[in-house]
Design a protein around this ligand. Structure first.
Ligand code: FAD
Length: 459
C-alpha cells in the first residue's frame, strides 16, 4: 500500500492530455512535481517563452505527493560541514538564498490567488545528547560568522553541569530553562530531550499546490503553456541550440532548452549531438526511499512541525531522525480533522529505477514509526492507532547532497532543477525562479547549486 493523504485530497477534475502529435516549444520541462511546476510558473511569468511541461505519470504524484509537506528552509547537511567543504561565504550565500525563498512563496500565493491552505507554525527541534547540542552550537557559531540570523538554543537547566567547559564563544547562543518546559515545547513526555531549537515552518499539501498551479497556468497562459501527462520521456538528443525529446509511443517534442525536473534521472537517456552523455555521472544521482504514517485526530490543537534527534541518533551527517507534523486536514465530507504525520525511516537504493511506487511499507518500518509516535508524542492516542495513511516516496540525491540548479556545463541546452534531497520544497521553488531568471538572460551570481562540470573531462 502507498496511500498518501496528499493524493487523496486532490479531487482532480482536469482531463489528462497526452502527447499525441509532434510539437515544438521554447522550453520543455520534464517532470511535473513541484520543481517542474515552479520552473514553468516562473518561466511563464518572467519570460515571453512558450513552455511545455511533460510528465510521465500525473502532475504531483511523485515525491511531491508522497512527502511530509513541511516547508522549511533547512539543508540536510549541517552548516558547519558545508563551511568545511565549501567555505563560509559560499555556504552562507546558498543558505541565505533558500531562506529568502519564504518571501517568494508568499508572493506567489498572493499573485496567483490559488486557494491552497498553508499552516504556518514555529517548528521545534529536540536534542537528547550533549554531543548533539555541541554540534548544533557549532552550526550556530558559523551561521553568526556568515551574517545569518541565529535563534537562541534552549537548554535544560538540569544539564548545565554536563555542558561545563563549553566554548565561551557559544555561551551567547544559549539560554537555560527548566527541562519540563523543553518537553512542553516538544509536546513530549519523553525525558531524553534536554534542548530545543526553534525555526519558522509551515505545512502544505505540495501535490495540491502543484496541481492548483498547473490549473492556474493552463488558464492564465493558454497560448504559451501546454501540459502533457502520462507521457514518459525516453530520450533527449541535445544539439547546440535545440533538443529533440522522444517519448514512449514515438512522438517528439522539439525545443530550444530542456529543463530536467525529474527528481533523479529515472528511465531517461541523454545524448549530446548523438553521443551518450557520461552515464556514470547521471547514475550518480542516487535514491533514498522515505516512509511515513498518518492518522486523523480531532481538530483541537494548533499546527506544529517538530523534529526529534533521539539518543541513538548522534547528530552525524545523514543519520535518520524522526519528524512529526500536525495540521488541519479536510476529507471528502468537508469535515475538518487534524492530520498527525510521522516520518523518519529512510533506506538507500542502489538504483533509482529499482523503486516501485506501489510497494508495501515494510512491517518493521511501520512498527518503528508507531513506536516513535507512542514514545515521543504526548498526545498520541492510547492503545492501537488506526493509521488511515501509510506512504513512501523517492528522494534523489546528488553526490554533494545539494540540489542541482542551472545549465549543464557540457551543453547549456540542457538545464537541471533536481536532486531533491529530503528537504526539497523550498529548494524547488528557489530553483524554479533561478532557472527562469537564467532563461530571461539575467547573469546570475555563482551559487553552490550550480552544476559542476565533470563529464566533459571524462568523455
Ligand atoms: C517521505 C518523504 C518526506 C519528505 N518530506 C519533505 C518535507 O517535509 N519537506 C520538504 O521540503 N521536502 C520533503 N521531501 C522531499 C520533497 O518531497 C521533494 O524534494 C520534492 O517533492 C521534489 O520535487 P520534484 O518535483 O523534484 O520531484 P517529484 O515530485 O518526484 O517529481 C518528478 C516528476 O518527474 C517525473 N518523471 C521522472 N522521469 C520522467 C521521465 N523520463 N519522463 C517524464 N516524467 C518523468 C515523475 O513522474 C515525477 O512526477 C520528502 C520526500 C519524501 C519522499
Amino acid at each position: 500500500m502507498n496511500k498518501s493523504p496528499w493524493i487523496e485530497q486532490l479531487h482532480r477534475t482536469r482531463p489528462e492530455r497526452l502527447l499525441e502529435e509532434n510539437v515544438s516549444t521554447d522550453v520543455a520541462i520534464i517532470g511535473g512535481g513541484i520543481s517542474g511546476i515552479m520552473t514553468a510558473y516562473f518561466t511563464l511569468r518572467y519570460t515571453e517563452k512558450r513552455v511545455a511541461l511533460i510528465e510521465g505519470g500525473l502532475v504531483g504524484h511523485g515525491a511531491t505527493g508522497h512527502n511530509a509537506g513541511q516547508i522549511v528552509s533547512d539543508f540536510e547537511r549541517p552548516f558547519r560541514e558545508m563551511v568545511a567543504q565549501f567555505g563560509l561565504e559560499a555556504t552562507s550565500n546558498a543558505v541565505s538564498a533558500i531562506e529568502g525563498t519564504w518571501e517568494t512563496l508568499e508572493e506567489l500565493m498572493h499573485q496567483t490567488n490559488i486557494q491552497v491552505p498553508i499552516s504556518y507554525s514555529t517548528g521545534y527541534i529536540g536534542y537528547s545528547t550533549v554531543e548533539q547540542i555541541k554540534a548544533e552550537l557549532e552550526n550556530m557559531y558559523w551561521r553568526k560568522q556568515g551574517g545569518l540570523p541565529v535563534e537562541t538554543l534552549l537548554i535544560a537547566s538540569e544539564s548545565k553541569e554536563a555542558l561545563q567547559g563549553l566554548n565561551p564563544a557559544y555561551q551567547t547562543f544559549v539560554s537555560y530553562i527548566p527541562n519540563k518546559d523543553i518537553w512542553s515545547l516538544l509536546e513530549t513526555d519523553d525525558e531524553q530531550y534536554i534542548a530545543v531549537h526553534s525555526s519558522k515552518r509551515a505545512c502544505v499539501n505540495s501535490a495540491l499546490l502543484t496541481e492548483s498551479l498547473a490549473g492556474y497556468l493552463l488558464q492564465t497562459y493558454p497560448e504559451r503553456f501546454s501540459l502533457f501527462e502520462k507521457t514518459m520521456v525516453e530520450m533527449i538528443d541535445l544539439g547546440s541550440r535545440s533538443a529533440a525529446i522522444s517519448v514512449v509511443g514515438g512522438k517528439e517534442v522539439k525545443s530550444h532548452r530542456v529543463v530536467l525536473c525529474t527528481n533523479g534521472f529515472e528511465q531517461l537517456h541523454i545524448k549530446n549531438s548523438g553521443v551518450n552523455l557520461d552515464t556514470k555521472f547521471h547514475h550518480s544521482v542516487t535514491g533514498t526511499v522515505g516512509y511515513m504514517a498518518g492518522y486523523l485526530d480531532p481538530i483541537d490543537r494548533p499546527p506544529t512541525a517538530n523534529t526529534y534527534f533521539e539518543h541513538d541518533n548522534a547528530l552525524k551527517p545523514y543519520e535518520p531522525y524522526f519528524y512529526l507534523t500536525r495540521r488541519p486536514f479536510e476529507i471528502e465530507s468537508k469535515l475538518k480533522h487534524n492530520l498527525v504525520c510521522v516520518g523518519g525511516p529512510e533506506f538507500d537504493l542502489e538504483d533509482l529505477s529499482a523503486y516501485d511506487r506501489k510497494h508495501e511499507i515494510p512491517k518493521q518500518t511501520a512498527a518503528d514509526l508507531d513506536s516513535f509516535l507512542k514514545r515521543a508524542y504526548a498526545h498520541a492516542p492510547k492503545g492501537e492507532i488506526e493509521y488511515k495513511y501509510q506512504w513512501h516516496g523517492l528522494m534523489g540525491y546528488t553526490p554533494n547532497r545539494l540540489r542541482m540548479i542551472g545549465a549543464e556545463p557540457c551543453n547549456p541546452t540542457l538545464m537541471y532543477n533536481l536532486g531533491c534531497n529530503g528537504i526539497g520544497i523550498m529548494a524547488s521553488i528557489f530553483g524554479g525562479k533561478r532557472i527562469a531568471m537564467m532563461l530571461a538572460g539575467k547573469k546570475m551570481k555563482p551559487l553552490l547549486f550550480d552544476p559542476q562540470d565533470m563529464r566533459c573531462l571524462i568523455a
